[in-house]
Write a new protein. Sequence first.
Length: 233
Amino acid sequence: MQLDLDIRATLRSGKRHFDLQVQCTSSSQRIAVYGPSGAGKSMTLKAIAGLFTPEAGHIRLNGRTLFDSAAGINLPPQQRNVAYLFQDYALFPHLTVRQNVGFGLSRGWFNPRAREKLDQVEHWLAAFDLQELAQQFPDQLSGGQRQRVALARALVAEPNALLLDEPFAALDPALRVSMRLELSQWQQRLEVPMILISHDPEDARILGEHVLYMRDGKIDSMEENRARGEHIG
């Protein structure tokens, strides 16, 4: 994965303002951005996904320009071919596991039919060991199972990159440990490029090949170098 990110934006609320000035390049398959809450991590991830528009700069992924203020380019989210996994997984409670995964292929407002079986959906149900749960609803699943469904739904459309927004925040500490390892194994096996944000340095240590530290709206180059050293060591 080739990521070239240079974005700037200012958010204002009354007399308060927050400046986002993010610059980084990476050729890693596993990028982890960590830092305290309010550092601008989610805003940066949403900018890559097209869910937030910076005021200036550019976003390039695998040589393709997703956003360039100077050139007037700002691709809508559905044209960026990236998958965004929200903190709470955003599963549809009225749809079964199979339908939730199939929704990742939908291009309209209609839900996938309950008994419809598509080859792509069945492939990802098998990849995440979800076949026996295919007719279950989200409220019948454990936290780890819900995450696997969300990952399957994100990957069914074969995105160029998987964007993970605090993927373990909704899990209890014990499950968080096991799910980190599972996600690492899935990513390596499926070879899907991944950009993860987290406030937990342990997430970055286990899942990041290229680790970036973010605070006050910027990538801290000194902390980034230290994080790389800790991860390698």
